[in-house]
Design a protein around this ligand. Sequence first.
Ligand code: CO8
Length: 260
Amino acid sequence: GDTKILVEFDENKGIAVMKLKSPPVNSLSLDFLTEFSINLEKLENDKGCRGVILTSAVPHIFSAGLDIMEMVGKSEAHYVEFWRAVQEMWLTLYNSSMVTVAAINGSSPAGGCMMALSCDYRIMAENPKYSIGLNETQLGIVAPFWFKDTLLNTVGHRAAERSLQLGLLYSPAEALKVGLVDELVPEEKVQSRAAEVMSQWLAIPGHARQLSKSSLRKPTLDRLVAHRDSDIQNFVRFISRDSIQRSLQTYIERLKQRKG
Ligand code: CO8
């Protein structure tokens, strides 16, 4: 199929930019997730690559999260394969020994937010039209434990309680206040600021930084690694329910109707 992720690798600087380019909304389809993990793994295994900036090549949208079409009206075998790909993407990104910076140049609900949360640092465009958050409950679905853990590790327990139960989508200003993102910059400065932050992080001795990152993230990663199959079974059982299928269908219809 078509390439959904553009990788621009600057070998002199040791920095790659991964540009998500799957219009209209960079939704995380099975193909997208597979391509993402393969590309990231390639950079991970390249000794010359020390940092990755994640950003979007689709105007106004970072990523709309998991592709809802992959979760409606499909076979059990498909749900298994899809969920394994979602897990793989998170495991690869959250566990990366490279410096990862999210340059969030658009809206970033649910799985899109999760992708950003899995990076080391988040810079968001200060456009009040954009929103970011784990809004799963608004779709009638529940974020899995490792989404919850990743959020918790970023914003703390109290903010995670409100955020997850209410399925809050935050404006950039609110996201900054709650610690979901680290800084806001004018839209046109997102990429240059990401490059600046990257060079600051890369100035730290790599080995020490990597061990610090790993010791903070390992318990969270290990929990999924230990329960990967049961997490897949949970997802498949949950998503296959008639009531959940109906909620998702209603949600898709509402998305389509919203258009003019
Ligand atoms: N998956 C599939 N298709 C999507 C998605 C999606 N996530 N989001 C949007 N689309 C489609 C729309 O239906 C529309 O299709 P069409 O052109 O056929 O009508 C097209 O993309 C364009 O969308 P919009 O017109 O809405 O574009 P806008 O620029 O107006 O808005 C937004 C962009 C803000 C991204 C908006 O589309 C939106 O809010 N999308 C929904 C995002 C969302 O709620 N995602 C949640 C996915 S669930 C998830 O990621 C985690 C699940 C975890 C756990 C599950 C456990 C059971």
